[in-house]
Design a protein around this ligand. Structure first.
Ligand code: SF4
Length: 138
């Protein structure tokens, strides 16, 4: 019989919209062409223009640029909200249910320290967590 993951009873999460996951330590927000096209459309830009202004290459992959203060380049500096929220990439949609955050209870505890929404709110069931984890490997 397959062993259930340690979080099989679900994990609590409710986003407080604080914007903390869109800033901070340097990191990567991986994007593919479909995501670039969708974000460009939401911002009323051509995909080429969006890519030129907001995307950089990291090896064979592409990632959203960051400002010097650590903000994601798509984050509105005044409102602290994502300017392309409806079309935000998979990596943003699936936070905090990333493999790297769920390897162990200690990893989840670390995530809860970083994200005020993690560990609070209603339980997200195992099936939903696994469905999110499958979307992108982070
Ligand atoms: S850090 Fe957590 S609570 Fe804050 S916006 Fe990101 S997901 Fe929501």
């Amino acid at each position: 019989m397959k062993k259930l993951p340690w979080y099989h009873e679900g994990l609590a999460f409710r986003c407080t919209q604080c914007g903390d996951c869109c800033t901070g330590e340097p990191g990567y927000v991986w994007v593919n062409q479909e995501e670039i096209d969708a974000m460009a459309k939401e911002l009323g830009m051509k995909p080429e223009q969006f890519e030129h202004e907001y995307v950089e290459r990291e090896g064979r992959r592409r990632t959203l640029r960051e400002r010097e203060n650590g903000d994601c380049v798509i984050l509105d500096e005044k409102t602290r909200k994502c300017r392309a929220y409806q079309s935000r990439p998979r990596q943003c949609r699936t936070w905090p249910f990333w493999q790297s955050n769920l390897r162990s209870p200690a990893d989840w505890e670390r995530t809860c320290q970083e994200c005020p929404g993690a560990g609070t709110g209603d339980l997200v069931p195992l099936e939903k967590i696994q469905e999110q984890m499958k979307q992108i490997r982070v």
